[in-house]
Design a protein around this ligand. Structure first.
Ligand code: 5GP
Length: 203
């Protein structure tokens, strides 16, 4: 009944809450899968290899770049992050929607290649709240927090490149917006297979 899966791309500064939002979307909505990214950064406490990220070293990452195994990749805070082309294609070719949590540079690479994707930007309610969230997360490494805030502001300037913006002030409201965007895009006319329409109504 459906054509290929839809690509949903979620970006936003770290501390905007995009990881919690997309994880809830996956747990609540059927036919939605996260394409697990590759990264050279070390796992954080609680992160599982193959679930949160696939953790590899720089050399392995460079080999994957040379073999053109990434649909997109970017460097963030001195570490490399990338989306494996194979995993993304497998999800979408099986008719399941893919959701990616990637930075603005990566999202812009995908937008060129896959203009049919749905690009969603998550904003924090204010700079003060973003700073507070980063302070909580990064155990007051002041220099690192300032660096992340500068990167965040740079990313936030790109919001106009996206199709939707969600301000994550109250989590439940922000989630409702994300869920609505996903559901509405599933009902877009280009998502229905013309074969299915023909088979069912115009045989
Ligand atoms: P973190 O290290 O906090 O998990 O992620 C840092 C940043 O890297 C986040 O903005 C996240 O969206 C981004 N990121 C995670 N995976 C990928 C990826 O596969 N490609 C790109 N371009 N960015 C990614």
């Amino acid at each position: 009944m459906k054509n290929k899966g839809i690509l949903f791309v979620v970006s936003g500064p770290s501390g905007a809450g995009k990881t919690t939002l997309y994880k809830k979307a996956i747990s609540v909505l059927p036919h939605l899968m996260h394409s697990v990214s590759y990264t050279t950064r070390s796992p954080r406490v609680g992160e599982v290899n193959g679930r949160d990220y696939t953790f590899i070293n720089r050399e392995e990452f460079m080999t994957m770049i040379h073999k053109k195994e990434f649909a997109e990749w970017a460097e963030m805070h001195g570490e490399l992050y990338g989306t494996a082309r194979k995993m993304l294609e497998e999800i979408m070719n099986s008719g399941v929607d893919a959701i990616l949590d990637i930075d603005v540079q990566g999202a812009m690479q995908l937008k060129e290649k896959l203009p049919g994707g749905v690009y969603i930007f998550i904003l924090p309610p204010s700079l003060e709240i973003l700073r507070e969230r980063l302070e909580q997360r990064m155990a007051n490494v002041k220099e690192e927090i300032e660096k992340r805030l500068a990167v965040a502001l740079g990313e936030m300037k790109k919001y106009l490149e996206y199709d939707y913006v969600i301000v994550n002030s109250i989590f439940e409201d922000a989630f409702k917006e994300l869920e609505s965007i996903i559901i509405a895009n599933r009902a877009r006319v280009e998502q229905i297979s013309s074969e299915w329409i023909k088979e069912n109504f115009f045989k």
